[in-house]
Each structure stands twice: as structure tokens, then as C-alpha cells.
Ligand binder design. Structure first.
Ligand SMILES: Nc1ncnc2c1ncn2[C@@H]1O[C@H](COP(=O)(O)OP(=O)(O)OP(=O)(O)O)[C@@H](O)[C@H]1O
Length: 303
């Protein structure tokens, strides 16, 4: 596995405000990473630090296994961390030519980049005639001109309509499928779920999760049960080591949270053997959203 970026205990104070608090994670080649968190959680500040536009207060990071200094590393990175900003009276091609000159790029291949973002047909139209979604797509084409190893995007679908959002997400997936590593910041759980394989969750500047999107929702689920003899049911559930937690709900219902896989018919059979007749038995699994809320809630309790 090739490490593209390694961040160690990165911290940023703005005055007394700790915007980023000892954040550490690694970005491995070929994956799509999301930095997920509500507004103000430190996503943009983290991206700013790794792109050398914000000075860290402490901690460190290294690009490409530390084999390159940051100046050379930046040549292998494509990033969009601000609103797309091009010359309004110039066409897409003219704007990309200018970026190529300014950055002294050698193999820009405008057609490939503009086709990828669906703007080749509009290449000669002035930037000022573009919709917000088209402007964002041109920014992506521009960030790809140096054929980067990693593309970094800050809230890439902000302000776009549903169709524009869908187009941008599809383009990001296409770029990832071509082998480019992606790091995107988003406050939208469903965006991260749809596009990313890995997620780093920030809350108040602190990292509260770093792992695969699938593992975030890797719980075994829970049963919702009831029996005429509630006390007996509660005692039975508390004795059973398959249940991590037993929660009493209104109306004599119990929520039995599993710590290992178990099917409903197994539970029913075990209850029956203990002279318990269940009048209600439903197996449920938390949605990703519930897992996310639980994660952030647990962190709030520990804070
Ligand atoms: N230039 C700055 N000067 C002072 N405080 C700042 C500055 N930039 C960010 N902050 C503060 O740092 C904290 C983290 O902000 P940051 O923009 O990194 O979060 P974010 O998760 O990207 O949120 P958003 O999506 O709203 O930008 C916030 O409390 C914010 O007010």
C-alpha cells in the first residue's frame, strides 16, 4: 500500500479557538476519502494546512512518504478549496491555457479533461455564460491539468441543484475509477456514503472516527421484543451474553442490542426453551445515519 499523505497530531489555533485538535490519519493510494463533519468542525482548516495555505500551530504532515518537499509534492496534487474563479470573458479553453502557462504545465490535454467533465461541447463559450455546476466542473478540469495523483475538493457540491450535484458526484467517481486518489470535505453524510470508501469524521476539530464507510455501520443490529411476562423477559435478556445492552422502551418493549450475529428464529427458539412466549419480535439494523448520530453523540458524552 502506497501512502500519499500522512498527518500526525495536526493542530490549529485561531487565537484561543482550537479549530483542529491533534488530528492524525493516513491517505492510501487509490481510495476515496471523505472528511465529514458539520460546519465549523475544522474540515477546511485541515485541508488548508496540508495544502500550505494555513500554518499549523503544531503537529506535522508528510506527502508521498516524505520523499518530496511540499513544493514538489504540490505539483502532484490537484485541489479546489475555493469557489471556481476564472476570467469571465474568456472561454473554457482560454482559461485552461492560462492556468497551464501560470503553472508551467507540460501535458495538459484539454480535450481529455473537458470531455471528462462534460464541457468539451462548450469549450469556446465564455466562462460568464456557464451555470454554477458548469463552473464547478471547469474547476475540476483545471485541477486535473497536472494529471495529479490526488484530487482534493472542499464541499464540491455546495450550492448546486440536484442535477448538478449528481453530475459532480458521477465525475468524482469516474476520476476515482481511473486510479486517482480523492480527498473530499463534506458536511453531507449521504454524499460521503455515495462517493467515499473511507471516512474521517471531525467534530469540534477532533477526529472521532477514521475507517471504512462500511465499518461505520458494522453493528449486528438489535431486536425489539415483548412478552407477557416482562420481568422474565428482562432477566432472560440480561443473562444472555449475545446482548451488549438491554434497553427498556415504553409499552413493555425491550431493545436488545446484539454484540454478535443472531437471527430472529434463534432468539424465538431460545426464549421458548426458557418458557417465554414472545408477543412481539422484530429485528432491525441501524441506518448509517443512526450510526453516525450515535458516534457523534457518544463523543459528546465523552467530551
Ligand atoms: N481564518 C480564520 N480566522 C479565525 N477563525 C477561523 C478562520 N477559519 C476558520 N476559523 C474557525 O475555525 C473553526 C473551523 O472552521 P473550518 O472552516 O475549518 O470548518 P469547516 O468544517 O470547514 O466548516 P465550513 O464548512 O463551515 O467551512 C471554526 O470555528 C471557524 O470559525
Amino acid at each position: 500500500m502506497e501512502t500519499i499523505l500522512s498527518i500526525h497530531q495536526l493542530t490549529k489555533f485561531y487565537g484561543k479557538n482550537k479549530a483542529v485538535d491533534q488530528v492524525s490519519f493516513k491517505i492510501e493510494k487509490g481510495h476515496v476519502y471523505g472528511i465529514l463533519g458539520p460546519n465549523g468542525s475544522g474540515k477546511s482548516t485541515t485541508l488548508g494546512m496540508i495544502l500550505n495555505v494555513v500554518n499549523p500551530s503544531s503537529g506535522s504532515f508528510s506527502w508521498f512518504n516524505g520523499n518530496l518537499n511540499t513544493h514538489d509534492a504540490l505539483k502532484k496534487i490537484g485541489a479546489i478549496i475555493e469557489h471556481p474563479n476564472f476570467y469571465p470573458n474568456m472561454s473554457a479553453i482560454e482559461n485552461l491555457e492560462l492556468v497551464t502557462k501560470i503553472k508551467c504545465l507540460t501535458h495538459p490535454n484539454y480535450q481529455e479533461k473537458l470531455e471528462l467533465v462534460g464541457l468539451w461541447d462548450r469549450k469556446n463559450d465564455a466562462f460568464k455564460t456557464y451555470s454554477l455546476g458548469m463552473k464547478q466542473r471547469l474547476a475540476i478540469a483545471s485541477a486535473l491539468l497536472n494529471n495529479p495523483e490526488i484530487l482534493i475538493l472542499d464541499e464540491p457540491t455546495n450550492g448546486l441543484d440536484p442535477q448538478g450535484i449528481h453530475q459532480i458526484r458521477a465525475i468524482i467517481q469516474k476520476i476515482a475509477a481511473q486510479g486517482t486518489t480523492i480527498l473530499l470535505a463534506s458536511h453531507l453524510l449521504d454524499e460521503v456514503e455515495k462517493i467515499c470508501s473511507h471516512v474521517i469524521i471531525l467534530r469540534n476539530g477532533k477526529m472521532i472516527y477514521d475507517g471504512s464507510v462500511d465499518a461505520m455501520n458494522a453493528s449486528h443490529g438489535y431486536f425489539e421484543v415483548a412478552a407477557e411476562n416482562s420481568e422474565k423477559l428482562e432477566a432472560f435478556a440480561n443473562q444472555n451474553e449475545a446482548f451488549e445492552t438491554v434497553i427498556k422502551l415504553p409499552n413493555n418493549l425491550y431493545k436488545l442490542i446484539l454484540n454478535k450475529p443472531m437471527e430472529a428464529d434463534t432468539l424465538n427458539e431460545m426464549a421458548f426453551k426458557n418458557d417465554l412466549v414472545l408477543s412481539h419480535l422484530v429485528k432491525r439494523k441501524e441506518s448509517l445515519e443512526e450510526s453516525f448520530l450515535n458516534l457523534t453523540k457518544n463523543e459528546a458524552q465523552h467530551a
